[in-house]
Design a protein around this ligand. Structure first.
Ligand SMILES: N[C@@H](CCC(=O)N[C@@H](CS)C(=O)NCC(=O)O)C(=O)O
Length: 216
C-alpha cells in the first residue's frame, strides 16, 4: 500500500489514513505531496494519481488507486479485518457511512476547508465559521457518554480526530463542547494516534518554518 499525504498541510499533524494504517498494523509506504506544486517527494506529478490534486490517495499493491478519505479509510479497514476498524452488520455499516459523510461534508469541507484555504474570501470564511456551532453541538450530543462514535474504535474516529485537529490553527473553538475535547484527549492516548501525531509533527514544523522563510 502506498499512501500519499500533504507536506504543505496548512493544518496540524495526524492524518486519518496514517492513523488507520497504524491501527491496522499495515505495511505501507508514505509519500509526501507538496500541495502547492502538486509534486510528490519523488518528483512525480501528483495529478496523475489524483487529477484533483487532493490527498489522501491510497495505491494498493495491485495498482488500484483510491481517493477520498471515506473510501481510503474503508479500503484500509477491509484489507485488515482483524483490526475491526469497521462494523460488519448492515446497521453498523450504514452508521459508519453516516459519520464519514458528516465528517467529510459538514466538518471537513463545510467548516474547516474554507478556514484553512489562504485563497478563500473573508465572507466564505465567516460563513464557514458560522456553521461550526450547530455541527459541533450535534457532534457533542452524540459523543456525550460514549468513548467512540460507534461501539468501538473505527476509521470514523481516525477521520474525526484528524479533522478536529484543524481547530488548533483555525478560529474554531472546541472548548464549549467538553464531550468533544475529552474525546480528543482520549483518542490522543491511543498508540496509533500518538504515533501518527509524533511522526507528522516534525513535518508540520518544517513546513511552518519554510513558510516563514518564504514570507520574510
Ligand atoms: N474530499 C476529499 C478532500 C480532501 C482534502 O481536502 N484534502 C486536503 C488536505 S486536508 C487537500 O489535499 N488540499 C489541497 C488543495 O485543496 O489543493 C477527501 O475527503 O479526501
Amino acid at each position: 500500500m502506498r499512501e500519499t499525504h500533504s507536506s504543505h498541510r496548512r493544518a496540524p499533524p495526524a492524518s486519518a489514513a496514517r492513523i488507520a494504517l497504524y491501527e491496522a498494523g499495515a505495511e505501507a509506504r508514505f509519500e509526501q505531496v507538496d500541495l502547492r506544486t502538486k509534486r510528490t517527494a519523488g518528483g512525480q506529478d501528483f495529478r496523475r494519481v489524483n487529477p484533483l490534486g487532493l490527498v489522501p490517495a491510497l495505491e494498493l499493491d495491485s495498482g488500484l488507486v483510491f481517493t477520498e478519505n471515506a473510501a481510503v479509510l474503508q479500503r484500509i479497514a477491509h484489507a485488515h479485518p482483524k483490526a475491526e476498524l469497521l462494523p460488519s452488520d448492515a446497521d453498523g455499516a450504514a452508521r459508519l457511512q453516516q459519520w464519514l459523510c458528516f465528517i467529510g461534508t459538514e466538518l471537513h469541507k463545510g467548516v474547516f476547508t474554507p478556514l484553512l484555504d489562504e485563497q478563500a474570501p473573508a465572507e466564505a470564511k465567516a460563513y464557514a465559521l458560522s456553521r461550526a456551532p450547530s455541527r459541533l453541538e450535534y457532534l457533542a450530543s452524540k459523543l456525550s457518554g460514549r468513548e467512540h462514535l460507534l461501539e468501538r474504535f473505527s476509521v470514523a474516529d481516525a477521520y474525526l480526530f484528524a479533522i478536529l485537529n484543524f481547530a488548533l490553527v483555525t478560529p474554531v473553538d472546541l472548548k464549549p463542547w467538553q464531550a468533544i475535547t475529552s474525546y480528543q484527549a482520549r483518542l490522543h492516548e491511543r498508540p496509533s494516534v500518538a504515533r501518527a501525531f509524533q511522526e507528522e509533527l516534525p513535518l508540520y514544523r518544517e513546513e511552518q518554518a519554510a513558510l516563514k522563510r518564504r514570507a520574510s
